[in-house]
Design a protein around this ligand. Structure first.
Ligand code: FHN
Length: 586
């Protein structure tokens, strides 16, 4: 049979498509994750039924840790399953909630530390199908509903902590630690259940492992191998352990102060807990969430925001309302988030920036009072500037690397108005080289210690502390400043002459009380003596900071000035500096 040239070409193209399709699935699929920028996390389990209350006592903080905090015996806790009947759960509604929030993926707890499987498992009868009056597998329905909405779907799985199992990690109030056989737990429950999830719920975008333990690097690689074998395209979180995984998960509620390269996720709770807590109404507002999302994108990462449905399967009303508002904003402004890369400039007094090829998106959280949006280090050539929401063209003036855009009196969205700057030429990455832009156009300026250039022994450290249990906060502070040579140095660009009040925001432990320090701004100095904020530091208690007003400086004319903070004399550590506050004097 004679094949015309055309036929040969067609066959070649078809074979190529088949080969590339197979190759495409042979590697973890990272592009969707890089472009998604926003995901929803759901913590849902037996703990959701309890809402952080046990035997008439209310607990505050992470509700999914109730069994551990109340030291509830495993046999006692297992009885909660008989009460768990989420008749309000509706997979289509949940998938639509996620879609309408503007998120592009959903991660849900298949098994948390309580050891209860929220899916039908043949490995353990302690699961939602066999042990509850509900007798259904919500994960199956949810996975299908998410795919119909075009969402990536993934499971959270606590691969080591399991308070239901004698050989699982973490429960030492029922099962003595020295008797635990972690390898048998992995062999008999953890890995077989992970395989069930990888085999029975269709293509997964990611598996979100958590609290790694009990596995060395080789065993972790074996676990990863199982994921790759069953779901080659599926991404694996860094909390699989042993410095492995496809993307990095930061600490709980941790926003990095600067850009991080590679694929990573900042993860936050909507209120103060991952699991449902009856008393927790401390929800982040739509503006809080939008600022968090834009700031995470500006640093090059994804934001995954958690909601905690109750035991009936109801997502809290406030989460529904607020995430819907976020989704409405993303409908109008999503191109300034989805598929963007990190900002070439650091956070500005007016907000943050994101970048997509030849367009710089300026997210305005606070309108400058003089209506002039100052964009520093703009090394490209501005072609035009428009309001993203309505396409209105704005007047832009570029002088060298300084771009000034004249804003209308009223901005379309007081929470986050996006200005798009279309440019030609190369926009250099100036995140670390751009000075702090200080002017009379804002009421206050906050300069993070994380922006400091350190000298001598000065070190920058991210300190984790918590308010309620599991409600973590992260503060980057300049520490170990013991001599005048140990300094935190900055560069301030004063756009306007005038007077400015300078304050320092710091924590001061007992060993640093009354230490004398100085901040030098250009040729002016403000000396200070540290004020005690706590006798010592406990990461499970709030880390208290003081805002200590040091005095007024006068700036005779605009310009860039060096700023340095250091001890006046050698001695104990000066303090833990978190930020410098500068307020124009009206
Ligand atoms: O202990 C868990 C906690 O309950 C929650 O699941 C968070 C989510 O990142 N991970 C662990 C604490 O970091």
């Amino acid at each position: 049979m004679y094949f015309s040239k055309v036929h040969c070409v067609r066959i070649f193209i078809l074979l190529g498509a088949i080969f590339s399709a197979r190759c495409a699935s042979a590697e973890p699929d990272t592009q969707w994750f890089r472009d998604a920028k926003f995901g929803i996390f759901i913590h849902w389990g037996l703990y959701s039924e309890l809402g952080n209350e046990w035997q008439g006592k209310s607990y505050y903080g992470s509700g999914e840790w109730l069994m551990n905090r109340a030291k509830i015996p495993a046999a006692e806790y297992a009885k909660v399953a008989a009460e768990f009947n989420p008749t309000n759960f509706n997979a289509v509604d949940w998938a639509r909630f996620v879609k309408e929030s503007g998120a592009r993926y959903l991660v849900i707890t298949a098994k948390h530390h309580e050891g209860f499987a929220m899916f039908g498992s043949k490995v353990s009868p302690f699961n939602i199908v066999d042990a509850t009056p509900y007798h259904q597998d919500p994960m199956r329905a949810l996975a299908d509903a998410c795919r119909r909405e075009g969402l990536k779907f993934g499971f959270y799985y606590s691969q080591f902590l399991d308070w239901h199992e004698p050989n699982g990690g973490g429960n030492t109030w029922d099962f003595p630690k020295d008797k635990k056989d972690y390898p048998s737990y992995y062999a008999e429950k953890s890995v077989p259940q992970i395989k069930e999830l990888l085999s029975n719920y269709g293509p997964l975008g990611l598996v979100w492992f958590d609290m790694p333990g009990g596995l060395n690097r080789d065993k972790t690689l074996d676990l990863i191998g199982e994921v790759r074998r069953l779901q080659p395209a599926c991404l694996i979180s860094s909390r699989v352990g042993n410095d492995l995984g496809d993307f990095r998960d930061l600490g709980d509620s941790e926003l990095p102060p600067n850009v991080i390269d590679g694929m990573w996720e900042a993860l936050f709770t909507h209120n103060d807990s991952w699991g449902f807590v009856k008393s927790d109404a401390d929800f982040k507002t739509p503006a809080d969430i939008l600022h968090l999302l834009a700031a995470t994108s500006a640093r090059g990462g994804n934001l995954i925001l958690n909601v905690g449905p109750d035991g009936t399967g109801k997502i809290p009303e406030t989460s529904q309302r607020y995430l819907h508002e976020v989704g409405s904003w993303l409908t109008r402004n999503g191109e300034s988030i989805y598929g963007t890369t990190h900002s070439p400039i650091p956070d500005q007094p007016w907000g943050v920036a994101t970048l997509k090829t030849n367009r710089l998106f300026l997210h305005i959280f606070t309108r400058p009072k003089n209506g002039v949006l100052w964009v520093p280090s703009f090394s490209a050539t501005c072609q035009r500037a428009v309001l993203l929401a309505n396409g209105r063209k704005l007047k832009a003036e570029q002088t060298g690397d300084d771009l000034k855009i004249l804003l209308p009196a009223a901005l379309p969205d007081a929470r986050d108005t996006v200005v798009v700057v279309e440019f030609t030429g190369l926009l250099q990455d100036a995140w670390t080289s751009t000075p702090e832009m200080i002017s009379q156009a804002f009421d206050t300026f906050s300069v993070d210690a994380a922006k400091a250039k350190t000298t001598g022994q000065t070190s920058l450290k991210s300190i984790a502390s918590s308010r309620y249990f599991g409600n973590w906060k992260h503060d980057t502070c300049a520490q170990t400043m013991q001599t005048p040579a140990d300094a935190a140095d900055f560069s301030f660009c004063f756009l306007d002459a005038g007077d400015y009040r300078v304050s320092l925001d710091y924590a001061c432990l007992s060993g640093s009380k009354d230490r004398e320090g100085v901040i030098e701004i250009g040729g002016q100095s403000l000396r200070f003596q540290t004020l005690l904020t706590a006798t010592d530091f406990d990461s499970h208690e709030p880390l208290v900071f003081i805002r200590h007003a040091l005095g007024i400086i006068h700036i005779a004319s605009p310009g860039v000035l060096p700023v340095s903070i250091h001890p006046q004399t050698a001695g104990a550590e000066l303090f833990w500096l978190r930020r410098i506050i500068v307020e124009p004097v009206k």
